[in-house]
Write a protein that binds this ligand. Structure first.
Ligand SMILES: Cc1cc2nc3c(=O)[nH]c(=O)nc-3n(C[C@H](O)[C@H](O)[C@H](O)COP(=O)(O)O)c2cc1C
Length: 331
């Protein structure tokens, strides 16, 4: 593959084919919640303008987490994907992103024990009541319903014209809560000490979504809790392998109970985790974490540490980050 420099070596500006879509470069705008939706989860003009402004450069734009059901909603002005009436507004959103030349993905989420009754007015569910206060352990029946909610949400994203769907399995939200031994102390086949049990529900969700959805499927993997008693990257590498086997096309590696922005100021703070995951799978992997410099982003692609680089806050600050990077790296 030739990059902008006429080189054969893969670099930040080498296009990448995933399924039926081509990404124009290796830069990803990672999902970042804007709180610009209505109280019912509908996109607003402000949200369209935001994505128009920030979709100019990246190959892939992943739209912020959208809630798949009322009991999985995190915040008041969060984007929603819990019912068919939201499809029209989301169609406009996917079109805005496409008009800027980017491939579009929508992240779908259930926040589990991170939800607040004061916001949802609903029961707050978690895998077990071990970690979060005032939560109800999920029954098998509710898990089945939530799995269906993920499937229906993914179907709506496709209907709304998104090229891809990203299942949110990071940052300590519901699927990440299942994977972590700290938040998942269930005593049935979906929990406890054994990794095989902790990954069972996330994998069931992925398989069900994969069966229902034709487009590109990404999984945001919370790869570490950064806690001695928590999820390890070695466990995540095993899980990543299962995700790829289940048909996930891209693995987007971030943190789990540590959140997305732990107390780290080193550029690329989740890249070592992504590198480890990449060595365990044969699908493209996204690396993220405090990346600001084009040379750093380009280097980790050239060195084959990751296949794609997510640049979040730096692109929010500078919507021309990608074109500036092209200029800087061509010198
Ligand atoms: C304001 C804000 C909102 C975020 N919302 C989400 C989200 O909806 N889903 C998600 O997976 N990550 C979310 N993140 C995490 C980012 O996707 C990204 O992983 C993090 O900002 C680190 O990358 P960066 O240093 O390039 O910004 C958010 C981050 C910020 C700053």
């Amino acid at each position: 593959m030739d990059g902008i420099y006429g080189e054969t070596m893969v670099n930040l500006f080498t296009p990448l084919d995933i399924g039926d879509v081509e990404l124009r470069n290796r830069v990803v705008l990672p999902p970042m919640a804007t709180e610009k939706s209505t109280i019912n989860g509908n996109p607003t003009e402000k949200l369209y303008m935001h994505y128009e402004k920030h979709s100019k450069g990246s190959g892939l734009v992943i739209v912020e987490h959208s809630y798949i059901s009322n009991d999985g909603r995190l915040s008041t002005n969060q984007l929603g994907i819990y019912c068919d009436e939201l499809i029209d507004g989301l169609s406009e959103l996917s079109e805005v992103i496409r008009s800027q030349g980017a491939v579009s993905a929508l992240q779908i989420n259930h926040a589990g024990g991170m939800c607040r009754h004061g916001i949802t007015g609903d029961i707050v569910f978690a895998p077990s009541d071990a970690y979060f206060e005032d939560t109800n352990p999920l029954s098998l029946e509710d898990m089945k319903r939530i799995k269906d909610d993920f499937v229906n949400a993914a179907g709506r994203a496709m209907e709304a014209g998104f090229d891809a769907v990203e299942i949110h399995g990071a940052h300590g939200f519901l699927l990440g809560q299942f994977l972590s031994p700290i938040t998942n102390q269930r005593e049935d086949e979906y929990g406890g000490h054994e990794l095989e049990n902790r990954m069972r529900f996330p994998l069931e969700v992925v398989k069900a979504v994969r069966e229902a959805v034709d487009g590109v499927l990404l999984y945001r993997l919370g790869s570490t809790d950064m806690d001695d008693k928590g999820l390890t990257v070695d466990e995540s590498a095993i899980f990543a392998n299962k995700l790829a086997e289940a048909g996930v096309d891209v693995i987007d590696v971030s943190g789990n109970l540590s959140g997305s922005r732990p107390d780290e100021d080193e550029q690329g703070y989740f890249v070592p985790m992504a590198e480890k995951i990449k060595s365990a799978v044969d699908v493209p992997v996204i690396g993220v974490g405090g990346i600001t410099e084009p040379a750093f982003a380009d280097k980790i692609i050239r060195e084959g540490k990751v296949d794609l680089v997510a640049v979040g806050r730096a692109q929010w600050r500078d919507p021309d980050w990608v074109s500036n990077a092209k200029e800087i790296l061509s010198k």
